[in-house]
Structures are given as structure tokens and as C-alpha cells.
Design a protein around this ligand. Structure first.
Ligand code: FES
Length: 162
């Protein structure tokens, strides 16, 4: 069983890498979002030193950068796993026992919703209906949909992403 970690957002990063990304977008319309997306892609989250650097170079108050960073679900202020699990808790999935599957995954991974495993392999989240109700119960891992899950099948699926 994997353990959860206390996620430390004071990550050491090479600020020159952040500057390269900022340089690519700084003079474009919508630079803030584009830069945040690029940083998120590179680090799988938005490290605090990067946010401070963006604020400084774009001359945007830190509070505004944080506001944008926390507004969009695509951005994370905490390190995320290489694989993003989204267990569907919509009605069709709920009726077909998705809570038991979620419980099994939590026990298996040793984390709760919103947390990341210590080895950064998985981040566990829930969603409300991903439009595949006929396959209920369903979870997504990254962009892959896994349907007609049982507790055992859900664990088997995880193994493919280890
Ligand atoms: S309720 Fe789960 S996919 Fe629709």
C-alpha cells in the first residue's frame, strides 16, 4: 500500500526555465493563462517560485495570479501524480456502486480524493458524469475511459499505469 505525502509547494525549480516560458508568451494576448498552462505542463503543477516570477515579470499582482491559478481546475498548486484518476460519482455510476470502487482505490493507494501517492504515480479525484453512463461504473485515468468496473477490475486497471 502506498502512503500519501504532505505536499510541499516550496519546490526548488530552475527559474531560468520559467523565464524561457515567460519569454515565449509575454508579449501575446492572454499571456498569463498561456504561461500558467505551460508551467503546469512542465512541472505537473504550479510551483510557488514560478508564480512569483510570473507576477514579477508580467507586473500582475501576486493575488491576481493566484486567483487565476485557483479558478481553473486544470491548474494545481500542489504536485500531481503522473496519472490522474477521475472516478465518476454521477447518478448512473452511483447506482452501480461507484462508491465501493472509490473506497477500494482509496485503500489500495492509501490516499483520499484530491491527494497524490508518495511515488507521484497517481492523483485521485472524482467527477460528476463524464458522459459514458452506459458503461457505468466508470473512471478515467488520464484520457482513457475504463467502464463496467468492479473493485477487482479497478485495481487491475491501476496496475497498467504503475
Ligand atoms: S454518471 Fe458516470 S458516466 Fe454518467
Amino acid at each position: 500500500m502506498m502512503k500519501n505525502i504532505d505536499l510541499n509547494t516550496e519546490t526548488d525549480i530552475d527559474i531560468r526555465e520559467v523565464n524561457k516560458i515567460i519569454d515565449q508568451y509575454i508579449h501575446r494576448t492572454g499571456a498569463l493563462i498561456a504561461i500558467l498552462q505551460s508551467i503546469q505542463e512542465k512541472y505537473s503543477f504550479l510551483p510557488q517560485p514560478a508564480i512569483k516570477q510570473i507576477s514579477k515579470r508580467l507586473r500582475i499582482p501576486l493575488s491576481k495570479v493566484y486567483h487565476v491559478a485557483t479558478f481553473y481546475k486544470a491548474f494545481s498548486l500542489k504536485p500531481r501524480g503522473r496519472n490522474s484518476i477521475n472516478v465518476c460519482l454521477g447518478t448512473a455510476c452511483h447506482v452501480r456502486g461507484t462508491q465501493r470502487i472509490l473506497g477500494k482505490l482509496k485503500r489500495e493507494l492509501g490516499i483520499i480524493e484530491g491527494e497524490t501517492t508518495e511515488d507521484r504515480c497517481f492523483t485521485l479525484d472524482t467527477v460528476r458524469c463524464i458522459g459514458c453512463c452506459s458503461l457505468a461504473p466508470v473512471m478515467m485515468i488520464n484520457k482513457d475511459v475504463h467502464g463496467r468496473l468492479t473493485q477487482e477490475k479497478a485495481v487491475e486497471v491501476l496496475d497498467r499505469y504503475q
